[in-house]
Design a binder for this molecule. Structure first.
Ligand SMILES: Cc1ncc(COP(=O)(O)O)c(C=O)c1O
Length: 323
């Protein structure tokens, strides 16, 4: 049986014997070598494959802690604003806990797979006329009324859970890598990684990668104009890197074609930054944050349409040769 993240790291998390554990078997995700990209970039590249979490993104690490703690305090409902993955995760853990989830998402801006997840888990999903930032402001205001526990990454329990990715990486490599690379949306995960490193009393380069056009990027998960954690990120020893949509899409396709890993576009932001400025000879861990199946429409925008053929071996052989 998969050991729940809270059990694996109990001594480093704010939980006690009285905390009810809400787990879906999160954490302990694969750390995969990336031989082809390593060769191309001249680095020793490892990929922390967070889509292996139960809802398909790294959010589950924080959500198991946030929902467990909310339950401990007697909450009967959670609320979040989301570009999709927080919502899918919150909805899944709320379902597991037997409590309600209210999701506020920017109208028409959430990938279809993520929306399907929230709906299937029984969350109440409301589309807010406005941006993610508007939805987050509304979620915070509602949470202050005391009816719902906020499970956005402003909730410190989320960050506590997410820092465990650093512990796993260091455990598995047997040493701290030279460089960690993560995508930068609201900045919660960046803060978590810095926290994880500091709790291990270790130092490494931490590169956090944002989209050049935060308001309109194709990478919908990091389409956040005003990062909630911007000030904290700025106060930390974090390098901010900026990449264009074209660079994100190129890195995204390379990962799928060269390493057999299909992530969502936002998750490739870190790889895009590495491609622009590879730290040659360094051991690098890039965290791949979410699964490609969450955003099939993004893939349809860049991938070729399949050819339609008759079930005739000659026609198929001819069509295949043209590939
Ligand atoms: C797949 C994915 N990657 C990266 C991020 C950005 O993480 P953060 O907001 O913690 O900076 C998000 C946030 O929603 C996400 O869903």
């Amino acid at each position: 049986m998969t050991v729940p993240l809270i059990e694996r790291f109990r001594d480093r998390l704010p939980v006690g014997a009285e905390t009810p554990i809400v787990s879906l078997g999160e954490g302990s995700t694969p750390l995969l070598p990336a031989p082809r990209l390593s060769e191309r970039l001249g680095v020793e590249l490892w990929l922390k494959w967070e889509p292996a979490n139960p809802s398909g993104s790294y959010k589950d690490r924080g959500m198991t802690v946030a929902v467990s703690k909310a339950l401990e305090r007697g909450a009967s409902a959670v609320i979040c604003a989301s570009t999709g993955n927080t919502a899918a995760s919150a909805a899944a853990y709320a379902a597991r806990a037997g409590i309600r989830a209210l999701v506020l998402q920017p109208e028409g801006a959430v990938a279809s797979g993520k929306l399907a997840q929230s709906l299937m888990h029984g969350a109440r999903v409301l589309e807010v006329r406005g941006s993610f930032d508007d939805a987050l402001a509304a979620a915070r205001a509602l949470a202050e009324r005391g009816t719902h526990a906020l499970v956005n990454s402003l909730n410190p329990h989320r960050l506590e859970g997410q820092k465990t990715a650093v512990f796993e990486i260091v455990d598995e490599l047997g040493a701290v890598p030279d460089v960690f690379v993560v995508p930068y949306g609201g900045g919660g995960n960046t803060v978590s990684y810095a926290k994880g490193l500091s709790e291990l009393a270790e130092r490494a380069r931490l590169v956090s990668v944002q989209a050049a056009d935060r308001r309109r990027t194709v990478a919908s998960a990091i389409r956040i104009a005003e990062p909630a954690h911007r000030e904290v990120v700025a106060s930390l020893d974090v390098e901010i890197s900026t990449v264009t949509d074209a660079q994100i899409l190129e890195a995204w396709a390379q990962l799928a074609k060269l390493e057999g890993l299909f992530c969502e576009p936002s998750s490739a932001a870190g790889l895009a930054a590495l491609t622009l400025d590879p730290p040659r000879g360094a051991r690098v861990v890039a965290t791949i944050t979410g699964h490609g199946l969450k955003d099939p429409d993004a893939a349809a925008r860049v991938a070729p349409e399949p050819l339609v053929v008759d079930p005739d071996p000659d026609a198929i052989a001819a069509a295949a040769a043209g590939a």
